[in-house]
Structure formats: C-alpha cells, structure tokens
Write a protein that binds this ligand. Structure first.
Ligand code: ZN
Length: 136
C-alpha cells in the first residue's frame, strides 16, 4: 500500500481527530508507532507514515501526584500525571482522573476518557482532550 492512497483532510480536522480519538502515526517501513503527528520516522528516516487509531486501554507505567498545582488549577486540588503504556506498547503522558492517588499504582489498568482539559478562554474556546481513568 502506498502512502499516496491515504486521503488528505484539512489540517484543523486532523488535529481534532488526533486529540479526540487518540490517533497515532505508524511507520510503514519499520512498523514503529508514535504518539501524535509525524512527517518523518525518527527510527528509520522513512517518510511513509500513516495515521492509526491507538488502543484506548493501557496501564500506568509511572506517575506523580502534583500537590501544588499551577494557579489556574488550584480549586481542583492535587492531581495525578502519569505515563501510560498503551496495549500496543506506546507510552504517553496524561492525567489520571476519577480517582484519588491512593486508588492507583504502577500497573493499574486505565482507559481513555474524553474530558475538558482547560477553562474557557477569552475567545470562548474550551479545550477537550483525552485523559485516563482506572478501569473498575
Ligand atoms: Zn520507520
């Protein structure tokens, strides 16, 4: 299959897709998968890459509890930032939600959820993205 057969979409749409559906990029030459858009494979230098949908489940690889959040987040209290290893081996940095730090550990199975990631700004835009929560 040639990369030329992949339909091109407007850039804005592509970005939204990546944000909302956990889209990654796979190198067609060496098979490596990356989080987020790539034009050139950092592994083998190939330019033949395609978009793939990433698994929505993974497990916590490492995490840290942020107890002194930045000013704009203060009202939400401590929060958890984790590196999640997806089922295909990809790792991404994300926030763990819907639980307290006592409920998670290294290896806890988590799933992607769609959440607000920022407050509405002056232009009225609210930012959404993927976070993860423990699978009950
Ligand atoms: Zn490659």
């Amino acid at each position: 299959m040639s990369i030329m057969s992949v339909p091109k979409a407007p850039r804005i749409w592509q970005l939204a897709e990546r944000r909302y559906r956990l889209i990654g990029t796979q190198c067609l030459k060496c098979g490596r998968v990356f989080i987020g858009p790539r034009k050139i494979c950092p592994q083998c230098g190939s330019r033949e890459l395609r978009d793939i949908e990433l698994p929505k489940r993974g497990k916590i690889y490492s995490y840290t509890v942020v107890r002194n959040p930045p000013v704009e987040r203060e009202k939400q209290g401590p929060y958890i930032i984790a590196i999640v290893e997806l089922e295909n081996g990809c790792k991404l940095t994300t926030e763990i939600v819907d639980c307290s730090p006592e409920e998670i550990d290294i290896g806890t199975v988590v799933e992607a959820v769609f959440r607000k990631i920022g407050e509405e700004d002056k232009t009225g835009v609210i930012y959404y993205g993927c976070k993860f929560r423990p699978v009950k």
